[in-house]
Design a protein around this ligand. Structure first.
Ligand code: KIV
Ligand code: ZN
Length: 390
């Protein structure tokens, strides 16, 4: 199986997005969890952006000398030097420098010519190489860049010393087959002189699909974040790309060093630090990701979880599947819950509890265990013990 490197940018692209800023102790606790999770490269901040980012890169790189720690820098001297300074005590420093390459960014944002951008990109890479061998270059807005020009930029930065070339779908505009085509072309152009990396935003909900299409086309690094946090609609969710590879090795024959059973705890930790959690129906880590409510589903699940679960909750660190008892639930699930709550129901008792339950559940989002217990007890109190006469 081919190895795919997981580049985590929760503390940089994630942290810079609204509602996601973290204090220094929170960043350090998050870094600890990411290291335990097994990420290969940890992007700890954008040192020129703030002292907080500088300190985070410095602290994380000192604390985890065995981990590749990346610092972001625009393709200019001040940024690269600041990133290098933040990484000065790192044992495995990576300088990640970037500049936009699409005409729309060149014309309206940078006001630079294509040649100027190539010159600045190569100069930044060469400067970064004075500090570390591990230099990554990102062509911001790669997916809206003229592919011929993009190839010219990629070749030039590799010539200047970049070991990793990242082709971000900065605005989440690409679709899987198109992205795969672009990645395949750059992989072919660069050969084994550089690792091609992907960094996808989720503006069209395609960040994970695009990342997976890209590795099939030869990319070997995925940039992603826990819970998919990041600019606007976010980045590709780490837990989703990793789990997809685990569950579908037939189609995605790639391996990572991620300890999957730590995915859910890491997601929960992040949720404690930022102002929002994953949406309930979010894959892998959402509250409903392993919840079953429909009666047919619950019945199948109780007979064999594989009928409705393609991932075992334990494999991603989720404590258990949840059978939500609501208006769509059936007798089988209710009997099972009564058993869990310590009560065996006769057929007649089950019928009666079920009738009362459906009446109540009709007006509610789902019943809590204490409410179910109260129903069971009321029915049990009325039922006649075997052998007794009235
Ligand atoms: O989305 C993007 O293009 C980025 C780069 C700085 C890598 O975050
Ligand atoms: Zn980004």
């Amino acid at each position: 199986m081919s190895r795919v490197y997981i580049f985590d940018t929760t503390l940089r692209d994630g942290e810079q997005s609204p509602g996601c800023s973290m204090t220094m102790p929170e960043k350090l606790r998050m870094a600890e969890a990411l290291v335990d999770l097994g990420v290969d490269i940890l992007e700890a901040g954008f040192p020129i952006a703030s002292d907080g980012d500088f300190d985070a890169v410095d602290a994380v790189s000192r604390k985890y000398p065995w981990v590749q720690v990346a610092a972001l820098a625009r393709a200019c001297t001040t940024d690269v030097e600041r990133a290098a300074k933040a990484l000065q005590y790192a044992k495995r420093p990576r300088i990640h420098t970037f500049i936009a390459t699409s005409d729309i960014h060149l014309t309206h944002k940078l006001r630079k010519t294509r040649q100027q951008v190539i010159d600045e990109a190569t100069a930044a890479v060469a400067l970064a190489r004075n500090y570390t061998d591990d230099v990554e270059f990102s062509a911001e807005d790669a997916t809206r860049t003229d592919p011929d020009y993009l190839e010219q930029v990629c070749r030039a930065v590799v010539e200047a010393g970049a070991r990793t070339v990242n082709l971000p779908d900065t605005v989440g505009f690409s679709v899987p087959d198109e992205y795969a085509e672009l990645i395949g072309r750059m992989v072919k152009a660069l050969g084994d002189r550089a690792i091609v990396s992907v960094h996808c935003h989720d503006d069209l909900g395609l960040a994970v699909a695009n990342s997976l299409a890209a590795i099939k086309a030869g990319a070997r690094q995925i940039e992603c974040t826990i819970n998919g946090i990041g600019e606007r609609a976010g980045n590709a969710a780490l837990e989703e790309v990793v789990t997809a590879m685990k569950v579908r090795p037939d189609r995605l024959p790639f391996e990572t060093k991620i300890h999957s059973e730590k995915l859910f705890p890491t997601s929960q930790l992040l949720t404690q630090f930022i102002s929002f959690g994953p949406q309930p129906n979010k894959a892998i880590v959402g509250e409903n990701a392993f919840a079953h409510e429909a009666g047919i589903h619950q019945d199948g699940y109780l007979k064999n979880p594989a009928t409705y679960e393609i991932v075992s909750p334990a494999s991603v660190g989720v404590p258990e599947s949840r059978l939500v008892l609501g208006k769509h639930s059936g007798r089988h699930a209710l009997k099972d819950r009564a058993h869990t709550l310590g009560h065996e129901l006769t057929r007649e008792e089950l019928d009666e509890v079920y009738t009362k339950f459906t009446h109540l559940a009709d007006n509610k989002k789902g019943l809590r265990n204490d409410e179910i217990l109260a129903l069971i007890k009321s029915v049990k109190a009325q039922s006649v013990p075997a052998g007794a006469t009235k």
